[in-house]
Write a protein that binds this ligand. Structure first.
Ligand code: AMP
Length: 286
C-alpha cells in the first residue's frame, strides 16, 4: 500500500494505475471504524484501484468545535486500510491542502441551510470545498460516502451534478453497533453512561419506522413523537428531529416518495447524528 503525503505523489500514483481500470476514492477524516471499512470494501469490490484519503479538514469545523481534539490514530488506520486491500492512502497535512493565501471555496446553496447546516454555519462549505479538491487531486471514477451523513451525501450529489464533475457518487448504508448506535469516530468521546443513553436516537428513529409501517403519514406528529422520546433521556440534548423530502430536503406535509428522517443531539462532548431513509412506494403507498 502506497502512502502519499503530497498532492504530487498521489497524482503520480493515480496516473500510474489509471489505465488498469476504475479508480475509487473513499474520503475520510480517519480514526477508522466498521463504517469506514464498509466504504473501503465496497470500493474494493467495484474498482481496480482504491484510494483512501485521511484528512481532518480544518475548514469544516466551527471555531468552538472539536478540530484540535478530533480523535486521530494514523498507525492503526494505515494497518486497517492495508487489511481492507486499499492501494493508496492520501494523508496530506493542512498546509498541503490550504497553503498560505488560500482563497477559493465551494458553496452549495439551499440544501445547506437546514438540519446540520443551521447549527454548523460554514460546515458544508468546508466539506464541499475539500471534496472538490480531493476529486481534482485524485480524479476518481467513483467516490464512496456514508448514508450516515445524509445531508452531506445530498450536498455532494448536488455539487457533482451542478458542477458537472465526472465522478459517480455511491452512498453506503449506515453501519451500527449491535445496540443500534450509528458508528462514529466521535463515539469515543462518550462516557459509559452517555454511551448507553446515546442509543435513544436510533430508538426514536425505529419508533418512527414502526408508526409509518402502521400507516402514520403526518410528519408533524412523527417529529413530535421523536422529540418526546429523545427528551426523556436526560444525558441527551436534542438539536433537531426532522423529516424532509429526498433528494432536495424540501419540507413535506404528508409522507410520500423518498423521505429522510434525521436527528441530531449532544451527548456529553459528542455531537451525534443519525437518520433513516423511508421509501413510501416500497411500503405500498402510491
Ligand atoms: P468521517 O471520517 O467521519 O468523515 O467519515 C468518512 C466517511 O465514512 C463519510 O462518507 C461518512 O459518511 C462515512 N461513515 C461514517 N460513519 C459511518 C457509518 N456508521 N456507516 C457508514 N458510513 C459511515
Amino acid at each position: 500500500m502506497k502512502i502519499c503525503q503530497t498532492i504530487a505523489s498521489i497524482r503520480d500514483f493515480v496516473r500510474s494505475v489509471r489505465n488498469k481500470g476504475p479508480v475509487g476514492l473513499v474520503p475520510t477524516m480517519g480514526y477508522f471504524h466498521e463504517g469506514h471499512l464498509a466504504l473501503m470494501r465496497r470500493a474494493r469490490q467495484e474498482c481496480t484501484t482504491v484510494v483512501v484519503s485521511i484528512f481532518v479538514n480544518p475548514i469544516q469545523f466551527g471555531p468552538s468545535e472539536d478540530y484540535e481534539t478530533y480523535p486521530r490514530n494514523t498507525e492503526r488506520d494505515l494497518h486497517l486500510a492495508r487489511e481492507a486491500g486499499v492501494d493508496a492512502v492520501f494523508i496530506p497535512g493542512a498546509a498541503e491542502m490550504y497553503p498560505e493565501g488560500y482563497a477559493t471555496y465551494v458553496d452549495v446553496e439551499r440544501l445547506t441551510d437546514k438540519l446540520c447546516g443551521r447549527s454548523r454555519p460554514g460546515h458544508f462549505r468546508g466539506v464541499a470545498t475539500v471534496v472538490t479538491k480531493l476529486f481534482n487531486i485524485v480524479n476518481p471514477d467513483i467516490a464512496y460516502f456514508g448514508e450516515k451523513d445524509a445531508q452531506q451525501l445530498q450536498v455532494i450529489r448536488k455539487m457533482v451534478r451542478d458542477l458537472n464533475m465526472p465522478v459517480k457518487v455511491v452512498g453506503i448504508p449506515t453501519v451500527r453497533e449491535p445496540d443500534g448506535l450509528a458508528m462514529s469516530s466521535r463515539n469515543t468521546y462518550l462516557s459509559p453512561g452517555e454511551r448507553r443513553a446515546a442509543t435513544v436516537l436510533y430508538r426514536a428513529l425505529q419508533q418512527v419506522c414502526r408508526a409509518v409501517a402502521k400507516g402514520e403519514r403526518d410528519p408533524v406528529y412523527l417529529q413530535q413523537m421523536m422529540k418526546e422520546i429523545i427528551n426523556q433521556e436526560p444525558l441527551v440534548q436534542l438539536e433537531y428531529a426532522e423529516i424532509y423530502q429526498l433528494p432536495d430536503l424540501e419540507p413535506l406535509s404528508v409522507l410520500k416518495g423518498d423521505v429522510l428522517v434525521a436527528v441530531a443531539a449532544r451527548c456529553g462532548r459528542a455531537r451525534l447524528i443519525d437518520n433513516v431513509r423511508l421509501n413510501m412506494e416500497s411500503l405500498g403507498e402510491k
